[in-house]
Design a protein around this ligand. Structure first.
Ligand SMILES: [Zn+2]
Length: 302
């Protein structure tokens, strides 16, 4: 019986339109809908008059224009970035050129601890470097708003959530998305780090999550608890495969996912299963014949 997750797939306004979603927060979505981004990248504007922009988005000129249009007569004092995927960070520099605002946030893209012969995962923004890197607990303050950085590695090793103190809100980036579970793809994606970062959120008391993709999440802890349960369920499915002698990831994916996702997403699903397999192997729950890798044969320990 699959874990039920109460996703929020409420449609955004069309690209080009900023919506006021709370007293301090506006959101506008970029025109980059896909199987990975839902309706597109949700860029947030926080404050009035002197504002912060969170995750400017992908390198799309019309989205830059939409951000600048939404901010006519206002000043951008901070550009904040949660992580270095190409749908989040590349527009930070063009926005900086247009506004002069410094870029704060996550560090440069990491390579992750599991190389496995793979240099980088797809979709990393290797150009990104912040003007001011935020570590866990660091604060960025502006006119009427205060952010605290919450380091949440897993989706990427450099992922930050940003806590807005004035509204007890957490901008969750891609760590916790509204519309779907997150992709954890080695080498930079790391399942054990991701699980620890989900558990970190359970220790907090955020009233609302504002994810990049999908609508807000107000039942924050039950939502995160369901994500954790979903991952435990996925682990159990992998172990069931091994018990039935299905030891290769490419054979596990159709059995685990079946028709719940379109077959063109099977390669992405394989990366996710691989992330679980690395974690299970590190914990000694499963073993590999030879080095741990996406093509390796896995089994239960003897
Ligand atoms: Zn991402």
């Amino acid at each position: 019986m699959a874990v039920a997750i109460t996703f929020n797939r409420t449609p955004d306004l069309p690209p080009g339109n900023a919506a006021a979603v709370s007293p301090l927060i506006r959101r506008l979505v970029a025109p980059n809908p896909s199987a990975f981004t839902f309706q597109g990248t949700g860029t947030y504007i926080v404050g009035r008059g002197k504002v912060a922009v969170i995750d400017p988005g992908p390198m799309i000129e019309s989205h830059l224009e939409a951000i600048l249009d939404a901010l006519r007569g206002e000043t951008v004092t901070h550009i904040l970035v949660t992580h270095t995927h190409i749908d989040h960070s590349p527009l930070a520099r063009p926005l900086q050129r247009a506004t002069g605002a410094p870029i704060w946030g996550c560090g440069p893209h990491g390579s992750g601890k599991h190389e496995q012969g793979v240099k980088v995962e797809e979709g990393g923004d290797m150009e990104f470097a912040p003007d001011r890197q935020l570590g866990h607990g660091d604060v960025a303050e502006g006119a009427g708003w205060t952010f605290e950085a919450v380091h949440t590695p897993g989706h990427t090793s450099n992922h930050l959530c940003l806590a807005l103190r004035e509204e007890n809100a957490l901008f969750t980036g891609d760590h916790v998305m509204g519309w779907s579970t997150s992709i954890v793809s080695p080498p930079d994606g790391d399942m054990s780090a991701y699980m620890a970062s989900l558990n970190l959120l359970l220790k907090r008391d955020d009233s609302v999550y504002w994810p990049t993709h999908g609508g807000p999440v107000r039942a924050t802890k039950p939502f995160v608890a369901a994500f954790i349960a979903h991952r435990h369920e996925r682990e159990a499915a992998i172990l069931a495969c091994l018990r039935d002698g299905i030891g290769r990831i490419r054979d596990m994916v159709p059995r685990i996912y079946g028709n719940t996702i379109p077959p063109q997403l099977y390669p992405a699903a394989a990366r996710s299963v691989f992330a679980h397999v690395i974690d299970l192997a590190e914990r000694g729950v499963i073993a590999a014949d030879g080095p741990v890798g996406i093509e390796a044969q896995y089994r239960l320990p003897r």
